[in-house]
Write a protein that binds this ligand. Structure first.
Ligand code: PEP
Length: 253
């Protein structure tokens, strides 16, 4: 059975003190979830990973990074390796977030290298996929998502695929306040699961968590996460407010 998973992507927000305060509030507020099955992660900017990691270290809250570089070490100025992320206590790493794809020009090939490097380095990748508004309007959602899932998981054997989480994040819903309906989310999540079954097998597809992301808020989290193939949320804006994020976690339990 898949455990629900709620992750907060802080993007390029917070400073060191507000980040630590937020992390502590989330750690404290989720203490009573200890007996539940929900996985909670916070994903701060690189420079605050260590401080935030310390703030959540005695809680069940996991630490994730927003990006990774696929080489082990060397002359890659500005980049962060898998070993460095492990060293500061990361468990998860986002690969191919839509802002990296569409603002920073990251290709499917690069995303795939990041997924493979994360796993090789002992990290758990969260592969983000999702269509632009014009692609949805042109009826190309499944085509775009299929391409991103197949390319993102290229050369990944079944033995490691269950360590991957997929996040379906329609680009038109990210940071816009416009959320996919529960039906729209479920339709694409079911499509992704069917695709994973084709790429691997039904048992493996049934194990892989598929999160929804895109303007998840306390008032829509429950209905989205109650869909059968929506296994949790990747939350941006609402993860910056402890009360809102804690309510979303609660909705996923
Ligand atoms: C995200 O950053 O992955 C995201 C879904 O952002 P928001 O919740 O703000 O739409």
């Amino acid at each position: 059975m898949r455990k629900p998973f709620v992750a907060g992507n802080w993007k390029m927000n917070m400073d060191s003190q507000t980040g630590v305060d937020l992390a502590k509030a989330i750690a404290d507020g989720s203490a009573d979830l200890a007996g539940t099955d929900v996985t909670v992660a916070v994903i701060p900017p690189f420079v605050y990973l260590q401080a935030v990691g310390q703030a959540v270290s005695s809680s069940g809250v996991a630490l994730g990074a927003q990006d990774i570089y696929f080489e082990e070490k060397g002359a890659f100025t500005g980049e962060i390796s898998p070993a460095m992320l492990k060293d500061v206590g990361c468990t998860y790493v986002l690969c191919g977030h839509s802002e990296r794809r569409h603002v920073l020009g990251e290709s499917d090939e690069v995303v795939n290298k990041k997924v493979l490097a994360s796993l090789a380095g002992g990290l758990l990748p969260i592969l983000c996929v999702g269509e632009l508004l014009e692609e949805r309007d042109a009826g190309k959602t499944e085509q775009v998502v299929e391409q991103q899932v197949r390319a993102g998981l290229a050369n990944l054997g079944a033995e490691k695929a269950s360590a991957v989480t997929v996040a379906y994040e329609p680009v038109w819903a990210i940071g816009t306040g416009r959320t996919a309906t529960r039906e729209q989310a479920q339709e694409v999540h079911a499509f992704i699961r069917k695709l994973l079954a084709e790429m691997y097998d039904e048992n493996l597809a049934a194990e892989i968590r598929i999160l929804y992301g895109g303007s998840v808020k306390p008032d829509n989290a429950k209905e989205l996460m109650s869909e059968p193939d929506v296994d949790g949320s990747l939350v941006g804006g609402a993860s910056l407010k402890p009360d809102a994020f804690l309510q979303i976690i609660q909705a996923g339990v």
